[in-house]
Design a protein around this ligand. Structure first.
Ligand code: ADE
Ligand code: ZN
Length: 338
């Protein structure tokens, strides 16, 4: 299948909301090399080509090992600013007008980088994005699920002075063997502090992790959630309450969640009536940003223009913004689609 010029134009023209983007996963090899040199950090690559060759994954863990190694080059507040600003330039190329970005504080505080440098750099770049380009944003702090709940509690404490800059908490990293139940206490505490709640669930692990995330973590959005298709009862539940699923097609292909793009289940999820939207996860590692996810979907699945527009609108419907802002963005989508 090939994507028609009019579909390509539509995807480019639609304003979009990014709801599932790990800022550390937007670290392009060029910036990785520059920061490695500046900060005197050893990386296991000689050339950019070496890096791209290493980005050949067979599951989530094989990616995470490389992703955490790459993050070591991020050391100062300026580094986090530069990382985030480079991502904002990608937002402009991809017509992303609202972005809700994840960061993994434990990946950095574990190495002695102060929490304040991480959040300070990200926040400053997002403030500039708003004032210079009108891009709206919020920040979601993820707990690393391969670490203990006690570590997550300590991270939550560390985040409290920055509570006004962090809209929510999430859960990411190695899924299988680290079920949502492990973090029920810290999610309850985060909710009591007023944080919104999201969690990666049903990316690689089976659908029971999605039920657990709903039952025990009381999340407002599911990140990935593609394994829900294996439970009729869960599908009905997700449809009934229009629970958002932030699906990341390129990621699912690169991490071998599906063997081939033509086997991706996004059309089934959508046609069943689930609130599915499309996002880019770790675009520097997964061969493309938001638009590339849509282009690939259209190349490999018989996506209609109506489906593309629905996926884009669902992104705004599921965003952590007020109803007036949602209505404004949805009107912009309608205008661009027309
Ligand atoms: N951290 C960064 N990307 C991730 C993914 N796709 N799944 C879980 N944790 C992640
Ligand atoms: Zn993710």
């Amino acid at each position: 299948m090939s994507i028609t010029p009019s579909m390509r134009q539509l995807i480019q023209a639609l304003p979009k909301a990014e709801l599932h983007l790990h800022i550390e996963g937007s670290l392009e090899p060029e910036l990785m090399f520059r920061l490695a040199k500046k900060n005197n950090v050893a990386i296991p690559y000689d050339t950019i080509e070496d890096v791209r060759r290493a980005y050949n994954f067979n599951n989530l863990q094989s990616f995470l090992d490389i992703y955490y190694a790459g993050a070591n080059v991020l050391q100062t507040q300026d580094d986090f600013y530069d990382l985030t600003w480079a991502y904002i330039e990608k937002c402009r190329e991809n017509n992303i007008v609202h972005t809700e970005i994840f960061f993994d504080p434990q990946t950095h505080t574990e190495r002695g980088v102060p929490f304040s440098a991480v959040i300070g750099g990200i926040k400053a770049a997002l403030d500039d994005a708003r004032s210079q380009h009108g891009i709206t944003s919020c920040i979601i702090m993820c707990f690393l699920r391969h670490l203990s709940e006690a570590d997550a509690f300590a991270t939550l404490e560390e985040a409290l002075p920055y509570k006004d800059d962090i809209i929510g908490v999430g859960l990411d990293s190695s899924e299988v063997g680290n079920p949502p139940s492990k973090f029920a206490g810290v999610f309850k505490a985060a909710a009591a502090h007023g944080f919104k709640l999201v969690a990666h669930a049903g990316e690689e692990a089976d659908f029971s992790y999605i039920n657990e995330a709903l039952d025990l973590l009381n999340i407002h959005r599911i990140d990935h959630g593609v394994q829900s298709i294996h439970s009729d009862a869960l599908m009905l539940r997700l449809k009934d309450n229009q629970m958002p699923l932030t699906v990341c097609p390129n990621s699912n292909i690169e991490l071998c969640v599906f063997d081939h793009y033509s086997e991706h289940n996004i059309k089934e999820l959508l046609s069943y009536g689930l609130n599915v939207s499309v996002h880019s996860d770790d675009p520097a590692y997964f061969k493309g940003y938001m638009n590339q996810n849509f282009f690939n979907l259209c190349e490999h699945l018989p996506m209609t223009e109506e489906e593309v527009i629905t996926l884009v609108k669902n992104g705004f419907r599921s965003a952590f913004i007020d109803d007036a802002a949602k209505a404004q963005y949805l009107a912009q989508v309608d205008a661009a689609a027309a």
